[in-house]
Ligand binder design. Structure first.
Ligand code: FPP
Ligand code: MG
Length: 295
């Protein structure tokens, strides 16, 4: 991973603008899941650290824009760039990071560059759907999972496919692995938004629903509630949550095992990924660690 950090540093230096170096330095790097995955798949390939750095810059850019769109003031426990330096700066920093990432893609085979670049179109479509869906109460599980695939899983999928192509491994199998890892990862994120606290999350707890996002546990809850309670849940949607509504939601989710049901789906998706990659111990390990982080 040190080689990835070194490549990131090099790319930022190449941008040659002190303000960008300063602002980038204020970002918390996060788990670097995508880069780790690339290194695990294309371990000995000399271009793997650069591919990892590119994907991490794209991811960082997408989060900068996402925080502007979601009006989030906290990211990974630190103040977001839109909070400290304003939305205009956050958008422009995002633009610089992802265009730099894109221009570095020319170092790779056309097929790899295409997979990574087109996944950014897909994730941007996903973000658009997410914003649109948050305007109304959504109780459609399939629609939610489709959006989740576009918004979160595609970049992880393309990281896995890109790394597989880089070292001549089976791109399709790695694609299935990355897609399911991504979906499962996001479902667990959705669960943690409800079960965890602000200190652990680095952002306010139960914030998804306040932002209008009806994540899987809310969809399962809606399915299980009687019509009067369905109305109560719809009324609480997309606005600051009162303490009593927050407690009521958690209690009802407990009653109808909505967290467990969501976790079961995350586990099924992750098992499917484990199945296609059963011979690769390290990739199986990544899935296991990810599933364990939920409790
Ligand atoms: C986080 O979702 C957001 C994403 C995973 C994708 C955001 C994508 C864009 C803004 C498209 C633009 C892309 C580029 C490269 C500039 P979330 O809001 O559910 O998660 P959070 O709680 O971590 O904010
Ligand atoms: Mg967000």
């Amino acid at each position: 991973m040190q080689r990835v950090e070194h490549e990131i540093e090099r790319l930022i230096k190449e941008i040659d603008y002190d303000e960008v170096t300063r602002l980038f330095g204020t970002l918390s790097g996060g788990k670097r899941l995508r880069a780790k995955l690339i290194l695990k798949i294309a371990t000995n390939h000399e271009q793997a650290p650069l591919l990892g750095a590119i994907v991490e810059l794209i991811h960082a850019a997408s989060l900068l824009h996402d925080d502007v769109i979601d009006e989030s003031t906290l990211r990974r426990g630190v103040a977001s760039v839109n909070a400290t330096d304003g939305s205009k700066t956050a958008v422009m920093l995002g633009d610089i990071l992802y265009s730099k990432a894109f221009s570095s893609l020319v170092e790779f085979d056309k097929e790899i560059a295409k997979v990574v670049a087109s996944s950014v179109t897909t994730l941007s479509k996903g973000e658009m759907q997410d914003v649109k869906m948050a305007q109304e109460f959504n109780s459609d599980e399939a629609k939610y999972l489709d959006m989740l695939y576009l918004k979160t899983a595609t970049l992880i999928e393309s990281a896995a496919v890109g790394a597989a192509l880089l070292c001549g491994k089976d791109a399709e199998k790695h694609g299935v692995y990355g897609r399911n890892l991504g979906l499962s990862f996001q479902i667990i994120d959705d669960i943690l938004d409800i079960t965890s606290d602000e200190k652990t999350l680095g952002k306010p707890a139960m914030n998804d629903f306040v932002e209008g996002k009806c994540t899987l546990p809310y969809i399962y809850l809606y399915e299980a509630l009687n019509s009067e309670d369905k109305q109560r849940l719809e009324n609480a949607h997309a606005k600051p949550l009162s303490q009593s509504d927050g407690m009521w939601i958690k209690q009802k989710m407990g009653e109808f095992a909505c967290i467990e049901k969501s976790f079961t789906l995350a586990k099924e998706l992750s098992n499917e990924a484990m199945q296609v990659m059963k011979d690769d111990e390290e990739l199986v390990q990544i899935l296991q660690t990810m599933i364990q982080r939920s409790y």
